[in-house]
Design a protein around this ligand. Sequence first.
Ligand SMILES: Cc1cc2nc3c(=O)[nH]c(=O)nc-3n(C[C@H](O)[C@H](O)[C@H](O)COP(=O)(O)OP(=O)(O)OC[C@H]3O[C@@H](n4cnc5c(N)ncnc54)[C@H](O)[C@@H]3O)c2cc1C
Length: 382
Amino acid sequence: MSLNCWGPCAGRASGRRRGKKAVVNMIDGSSSSSHNKQNEQNKQEWRGIWVIAEQMGGVLSTVSFELLGKAQELQTKASDGEPVTAVLLGEDGAALEEMAAQLAGYGAQRVIVAAAPELKLYQPETYALVLADMIAAYRPSIVLIGATGTGSHLAPAVGAKLKTGSKRPTAWDARLNAEGELVAVVPAFGGRVLGDILCPRHRPQIASFKPGVLVKPPYRQGAEAVTVRYDPGHSLQRDPGRVKAIGLFREEPEGLPLEEAEVVIAGGWGMGSRENWRLLEELAGLLGGAVGCTRPAVDEGWAGEQQMIGTSGKTVRPKVYLGAGISGATHHICGMKDAGLIISINKDEKAPIFQLSDIAVVGDAGDILAGLIAAIKQGGVV
Ligand SMILES: Cc1cc2nc3c(=O)[nH]c(=O)nc-3n(C[C@H](O)[C@H](O)[C@H](O)COP(=O)(O)OP(=O)(O)OC[C@H]3O[C@@H](n4cnc5c(N)ncnc54)[C@H](O)[C@@H]3O)c2cc1C
């Protein structure tokens, strides 16, 4: 990875979603190998946009639909004539073909399914091998993968096999530049700048997005996709089988999941103590919301890792987000910037979070939250 240049921010520029300076990074596989040289020379042969769809037990993950929305948007700009293609791996070909219809509704024009008993559960080595072989055979220019528990392993593993770059799973957004190359926008240098990440010399260009970062497109009833069956047999024969998943165990979350809450009450380091933290929980309880947090609140032990919002945590789009004692670091705001109404409480009137807040309250978080709770209990505030 090499630092290329500094320039004006190329990130989201709409209204309150302000940007910062951007740094352009190039991510590419090692340029020394002959494979890479060949890859570089044949760049024009890599065409089209793929979405690696994810399913578990026959249920497609929402991030697959979100990626299809982005793929359609990119396709309208990249006039290479290739269909938006979703790729689906699993055990049962007939079940996968049924899921293909759902993917068509969200914008897939072609669905390539690879079915085999070995693909029943997500197997890190096996999936990476099969997908790398599929990609090498079809040569898509862009591959989008969900940065889920499985996709976060899969994206770099496939990238390494193909000796190309894989963009970090913290991208806020992606677009095409004037040359038709994929540009992923990510927070960099501890969140102080936005980075444009490109993979200009090698193909495919792989980018992964966390669930909730991209917008799910509307479902189009009756939309159809061409379904193609791909035989993964030759890849499976080469599977070294060093790592094997043996079962799937699901842990049910306690309470209202953060990403489903319409009201998120978030706290940061400025909450100051566990006692103050309870005010957030009480307010969330009164409003039927969920409590979210920043990294320092997890470090302090006030909240659990699963409550963290941001690049290393969850992405939320509640109707109302209230953040108290939060400065507004890029790593946090990329997980909540698309909330409907953003209310922030901070004792520092220059806190960066105020730049993207609809309502800014300057003052001590503990005092203001306690007052708000008392008012709600008296029936004065809804
Ligand atoms: C690779 C990487 C990934 C990261 N991922 C994440 C992530 O996913 N999510 C995340 O949140 N962070 C993440 N971080 C950390 C992130 O960069 C910030 O450090 C963090 O978000 C800051 O949290 P904060 O706003 O709670 O704390 P601070 O930045 O310390 O801000 C505290 C704020 O509280 C205010 N304050 C203090 N006392 C009071 C008071 N009594 N009343 C009101 N306001 C008060 C202060 O004015 C200040 O603005 C990541 C960092 C790195 C390097």
